[in-house]
Design a protein around this ligand. Structure first.
Ligand code: 3PG
Ligand code: MG
Length: 398
């Protein structure tokens, strides 16, 4: 891969500007999921161990270029200090005099956090002046924010061209895991794609058809494919306007040798609510007033058999309405099978996306997956075969 890592950089005594993604969920001032913070610890620790001085550069929420106190990164300091086991200093702006002075005064062993980069409207415009103001604060740039790498922003893209640049440990791990799953995977490769809409995942499906052996389609988008096959889906969520597109995908898959797997049986209810009365029906027998809320047991057997024949699995999107019981059954059963196969060394499994990770955590399967990405949008764009600007900017660095 064409980028450097921390191992390639001289860090001793250097101020290392580290772009991190600490865009974590916060409710009433309390961090409810610190995963993204935990995952940057190796980078910070390795920089400190090499005698470098980490200066953290990050966005938080979408303040739209205004200073908004509820989106100040200051509130994350206790969580960061607990994760790093060291004091975290703070500068109330990511550029300017206060940041300059704080960066110059930083001592080995200390970590400095800069205020939300998106308090500057220039950030999301990939503005060169803002990037230059940030670059002044460091001697080396390290991008550890894979989950923000689909954004071409001053702190992810422009700045990488102004300083010696490298990937952090998390960025490295994300890229290696994804490369292993889709770049040069062990075959057969299976992709699971679920979620509500075909329209938001069209490019993804198009790219996967050329790369994977089995494409398991679940969730609301499977209904659109059933409609494309002339099946009536009652009151199910489906994008009927996309049915021709879905039919084209089915035809294209045949020519490229990718087997698309749609549910053969489904769980149907008349209400979208937890424990709504439901029945298992063949996929082409949905009732007029029924809604398909999950894949049925026969479909789960088909899917888990495919997992058993596969060497690599890449997963984005749940198979059913996993947020309400018992319509999480197919997702849980398939996830636990993938976890078991991974544990026994038969499968490399990679998953990403907010909903997907929540579903895999809820089923208890996540801990056994080979790799769980911290990224949502960036994971999808990578699976779509797109170049991520934050990664591209690290490539070809002198
Ligand atoms: C995320 O949470 O997906 C990343 O931090 C990127 O945030 P954004 O979608 O606001 O650019
Ligand atoms: Mg996002």
């Amino acid at each position: 891969m064409g980028w450097k890592t921390l191992n390639d950089m001289d860090l001793n005594g250097k101020r290392v500007l580290v772009r991190v993604d600490i865009n974590v969920p916060v409710v009433d001032g309390v961090v409810t999921d610190a995963t993204r913070i935990q995952r940057i610890v190796p980078t910070v620790r390795d920089i400190l161990a090499a005698g470098g001085k980490p200066i953290l550069l990050a966005h938080f929420g979408r303040p739209g270029g205004e200073r908004r106190e509820n989106l100040s990164l200051k509130q994350l300091i206790p969580t960061l200090e607990a994760a790093f086991g060291t004091e975290v200093l703070f500068a109330a702006d990511c550029v300017g005099t206060e940041a300059d002075l704080a960066s110059e005064a930083l001592k080995p062993g200390q970590v400095l956090l800069l205020e939300n980069t998106r308090f500057h409207a220039a950030e999301t415009k990939n503005d060169a002046d803002l990037a230059a103001g940030m670059a002044k604060l460091g001697d080396v740039y390290c991008n550890d924010a894979f989950s923000a790498a689909h954004r071409a922003h001053s702190s992810t893209e422009a700045i990488a061209r102004l300083l010696p640049a490298c990937a952090g440990r998390l960025m490295q791990a994300e890229l290696e895991a994804l490369e292993g799953a889709l770049g040069a995977p062990k075959r057969p490769v299976t992709a699971v794609v679920g979620g509500a809409k075909v329209s938001t995942k069209l490019e993804l499906l198009g790219n996967l058809i050329d790369k994977v052996d089995y494409l398991v389609i679940g969730g609301g988008m499977a209904n659109t494919f059933l409609v494309a096959q002339g099946v009536s889906v009652g009151k199910s969520l489906a994008e009927t306007a996309m049915k021709d597109t879905a039919a084209e995908i089915l035809t294209k898959a045949e020519t490229s040798g990718c087997k698309i797997v749609l549910p053969s049986d489904v769980v149907v209810a008349e209400k979208f609510e937890a424990n709504a009365p439901h029945q298992v029906l063949p996929a082409d027998q949905c009732t007029e007033d029924g809604m398909i809320l999950d894949a049925g047991p026969e479909s789960v057997t088909t899917i888990t058999d495919i997992f058993g024949q596969s060497q690599t699995l890449i997963w984005n999107g749940p198979l059913g309405a996993f947020e309400i019981e018992p319509f999480d059954t197919a997702t849980n059963a398939a996830a636990l099978k993938a976890a078991a196969l991974t544990r026994s060394g038969q499968l490399v499994s990679v998953a990403g996306g907010g909903d997907t990770v929540a579903a895999l955590n809820a089923s208890g399967a996540a801990k056994d997956f080979s790799y769980i990405s911290t990224a949502g949008g960036a994971f999808l764009e990578w699976m779509e075969g797109k170049t991520l600007p934050g990664v591209a900017a690290l490539e070809g660095q002198a």
